[in-house]
Design a protein around this ligand. Structure first.
Ligand SMILES: [Zn+2]
Length: 381
């Protein structure tokens, strides 16, 4: 099944389509996909038993990364209809950690709580973890020195496995950063990074069948080859998923790649992007995540946007709009030159335009970032 079929079913039979495996009266909770896309959200229901399972899957992940009963964990999370970190919250309670729900607060208030309460583990999106750090610097606080945080657990965006982003976050927080990934369609995480940090995420293979297929031929691909992630799971009783096409781009490598002893295979580099995110610019494939990985090699760059447009109705152009961090302005001429070169050499010589914006002009994201703007006429169908 693909997401399109799920959507069609939702349109035909609101609110939940044909997907519910049991009577909706058995449900105890309602959630939906996050509102970052223009698409109709996917709506889901879960039973008490489903929630037990959802939390258990998060337990696998957070225990694997080293969360223990003595930890004090902080959720920099909005606790809304988006399912997000709800399961992680319950999982931390289940394994006996002290949980601080940081919903409905300003970033400043969150930073103060993290310091005052001696928080050791923070749950956040990569973008917001970066934002917390930047805000703390403005407040004159050095999180790496002044907080007790030794683990930051990331989810919600693929950036948690981009080495440059991870490196920047680990430096900023003085903590290990671990990637996890889940989806609303499943209700929980299916992959997580263990404390040995093998450069990827273990697949929870006793609860998920994860196949990797060539998205064009639908043939399975082997270890070390990029393909589309297809997931099957019966863990969520309300909505079992059978061979669901995720469009996530992954590369499976054997469990032995990691030294932790788990026998579960690994997605090297986590979720590497989405097959439908691929942009074709003058014949060259451009993946926003790959572009972000290159941009994040430059710590002087603050916020950025990948802007795709059409010049004189003829030629596709790609422009990286970026803001330089305060205090790093002198690096700009050199940075512009090097970044142009790095981007081109990673994209078969494709020319990227680089445009420096005044600080604060680009949208700064606190939750899920949307840094790709495709302004070509055809992209707005
Ligand atoms: Zn491992």
């Amino acid at each position: 099944m693909a997401r399109e079929e799920w959507m069609e079913s939702l349109m035909e039979k609101p609110l939940f389509g044909d997907l519910l495996a049991t009577d909706s009266r058995n449900a105890i909770r309602y959630h939906l996909t996050s509102g970052t896309t223009e698409r109709t959200p996917i709506r889901v229901l879960d039973s008490m038993k489903d929630w037990d399972w959802i939390n258990e899957m998060w337990c696998y992940g957070i225990w694997g990364f080293g969360v223990r009963p003595e930890d004090i964990v902080y959720f920099a999370f909005g606790y809304g209809s988006f399912i997000g970190f709800w399961g992680a919250h319950y999982a931390c309670e289940k394994l006996g950690a002290l949980v601080i729900p940081g919903g409905a607060q300003t970033t400043e208030a969150r930073i103060k709580q993290i310091i005052e309460l001696g928080v050791t583990t923070v749950f956040s999106t990569p973008t917001y973890a970066l934002h917390l750090w930047q805000k703390s610097r403005e407040m004159g606080i050095d999180l790496a020195r002044e907080s007790k945080v030794n683990k930051v657990i990331l989810s919600g965006e693929p950036a948690g496995s981009i080495p440059a982003v991870k490196h920047q976050l680990e430096e900023a927080w003085g903590a290990r950063c671990g990637d996890t990934a889940g989806m609303t369609e499943i209700g929980t995480i299916m992959i997580f990074e263990c404390s040995h940090q093998p450069g990827g995420t273990h697949i929870i293979e006793d609860h998920f069948i994860e196949e990797v297929l060539n998205p064009n031929s639908d043939e399975p691909v082997g270890y070390g080859e990029l393909g589309e992630r297809i997931v099957t799971s019966f863990g969520r009783g309300f909505i079992p998923l059978i061979r669901y096409r995720t469009k996530d781009m992954v590369m499976k490598v054997p469990a032995s790649t990691c030294t932790c002893g788990r026998t579960w295979d690994i997605y090297s580099g986590g979720i590497r992007g989405r097959w439908d995110d691929m942009k074709l610019i003058r014949g060259t494939n451009v993946y926003p995540r790959a572009v972000e990985a290159i941009i994040r090699e430059y710590p002087a760059i603050d916020e950025f946007q990948i802007y795709i447009w059409r010049k004189e109705e003829l030629q596709d152009e790609i422009t990286i709009k970026l803001e330089i961090k305060t205090g790093h302005e002198a690096e700009w001429p050199d940075l512009e030159h090097k970044l142009t070169k790095d981007l081109a050499s990673a994209h078969e010589g494709l020319r990227f335009n680089i445009e420096r914006m005044d600080y604060g002009v680009l949208p700064h994201f606190e939750l899920k970032a949307k840094r790709l703007v495709d302004a070509r006429p055809v992209a707005n169908y």
